[in-house]
Design a protein. Structure first.
Length: 138
């Protein structure tokens, strides 16, 4: 089992798509004019089965709020959301997704809702992560 590193760096140099990246992040910006009306079937969140989810979520929130978390200066707006995905290329049960919203100048963990993001947000930028995992000490 692994823990997410507190030294993670969010890089913007990723090419044309994040779909084939094993670990990636996507910055979403709220678009009040967007209302796609995409619906789907609710699924049990995978993080319920991950023993370190809350610890990893706290680590990511702390890291996102540090000045050097990104490789370039980023300008965030209220209600921006960032989706962080680990193990993207593995089966769905092993894929880990975290979501954070920018409120009052800070990133805070929020429930991940893929339909809300698709219906009400535009993808603004994305990238990969470096030094994303470290082995858990026994």
């Amino acid at each position: 089992m692994c823990l997410i590193s507190d030294k993670i760096r969010f890089c913007t140099c990723s090419g044309d798509s994040y779909e084939n990246l094993p670990n990636y992040w996507v910055l979403h910006r709220h678009n009040p004019e967007k209302d796609l009306g995409i619906i789907g079937e609710a699924m049990i969140p995978h993080h319920l089965f991950q023993p370190n989810f809350e610890l990893d979520q706290n680590t990511l929130a702390n890291r996102l709020n540090e000045r050097d978390a990104f490789d370039i200066d980023m300008e965030f707006q209220p209600n921006d959301k960032i989706e962080i995905v680990f193990n993207n290329l593995l089966e769905d049960a092993k894929r880990l997704v975290f979501c954070f919203q920018f409120k009052k100048g800070k990133w805070a963990a929020v429930e991940y809702d893929v339909f809300e993001l698709a219906n009400n947000y535009d993808e603004l930028s994305f990238g990969k992560m470096r030094e994303s995992l470290e082995k858990e000490t026994m």
